[in-house]
Design a protein around this ligand. Sequence first.
Ligand code: HEM
Length: 499
Amino acid sequence: MMWWWLFLILSYIVAVVLFHVYIRYLSSRRINFNSKSPPVIIEPWYCPFLGPVLSFLNLEASINKWRAKYGANFTLLIFGKYVTFVTKYVDIKKYYHGTEEMLSLTKAAQILLGSAYPENQYMVEYSAVPYLQRILTPRYLRHMALNFEIVADDYFNTKNGQFWAENGDETVVDLFEFMYRLIIRSNSINFTSFRVYKNHVEELIRLFTILDVEKSIANPITYGLKKRLGMKSDRDIAWEQWTQLLMPDIERCLKMIENNIEPVDGDIIYETIKYAKEELEKRGQIFTPRLVAFLTFSTFVPAQVNTYTTAAFMILEWIRHEHDEIGQRMKEEIDHAPPKGEITIEYLNSMEYVQACIYEVIRIRTDSPVSFRLAGQPVPLSNEKFIPEGNIVASPLTRAEDLYLNPEKFDPDRHLTPREEMKADPYRALPFGRGRHPCTGERYVKMQIKMFLIQLSKMCKMELMPESNNFEATINKKQLAGLSRPTKPVFIKISKREL
Ligand code: HEM
């Protein structure tokens, strides 16, 4: 037994030495660029194996430490990949104005997510960004807004949800779970079809939860190993089922396209299939349902990472501020909403105070997310430096506390005139990104959260349960992706309001 231990320790030491030699001598060739400007400092951060992973779990502290040591922009070698962190203001600004060719989100996503993202081979050529730009137009958004009403109503009252019938007029739920399901329900009607929503929404939520991209990134070894051994994982099976779920709509829409039949308004899956067909034809490829499955799946992922968290925290702030000025101002906009079926995008856009609360929730819950892109060309930086092509370029999305007055305080007015504190540095105050790469889903998601607040306030009363009073203490500020979230359920009581 002792020999085994000795063998393991020796192997570890040999591996560490080899890694050291590789970093110090072989990889140092990387800085021999034939250029008059030097590349941004390439200082391999040296602590093999567990080190980088552990540091990532406390990203903010690590970035501050590295920044103090290497300067505002620095490059780390992490598991064989050069990752350049950009934290200097003028360079962050350049980062947000780089073109997709220069700083590609999709190429970085393909490298970082790998097969943890279903059909990830489509990421580069068939990026979901232009697809989302095509469907999130005012025409479709109008339809989507009305769909939120249908979903909230169905969820509580009809066969689709039967919330009251199953739970009674007063029940306790885990708020984050509740919002997760409600948001996916509404995304299913908006990004797949009414048929999928009406008949298969529970199945879709189950499949999406198995396909959870975050969990797969955190556990790539098991998944990768199963793949290499030719074994089907639960994710592979779920992915096949996801595609199968869409097949009747795909067949229907292909026939419509063939016979030149126009879709009814708001038939999003028709638009998706048409888009997939056109894109494949442009590249001389035949139609495949797999691309449609990839595109629809991509529209759900941001909900998993950010939307349900923002929506749940909005409700918590609403409960917390019920008896003060913040709560009253939210209530005013919510209560003044036109009746069911008559809410317009214009009204939703006019809800500026609620919108400021959304920005404030995102600001307060932004602890460690990082924006990643791949340098497709050398990226020029200040001080005659540049990021070499092929590096992953990262920019931390921070709370930029120094920009704000009393940054710990939930204070929506800081986002409104006359204060507009974020204007002091719009490239570090980024609820939805900036420049050439803002969030494609921003208008959709703001509309979604506002609509749900209006609907929920009409249908139920929500109170925080005493056992969850200390939910702040359970928040994980070191998420691998997205906003900070509680690690334990946050229980709220939902009571039916008579309409
Ligand atoms: C509260 C929810 C959300 C938040 C806080 C959020 C935030 C952000 C941020 C900060 C970025 C910029 C990332 C960067 O700097 O690289 C971004 C990009 C993006 N978001 Fe969102 N997002 C949300 C919801 C959504 C939704 C619902 C969708 C789609 C339906 C979406 C689609 C996208 C896409 C496609 C990009 C990349 C845009 C590009 O690089 O051109 N997001 N989001």
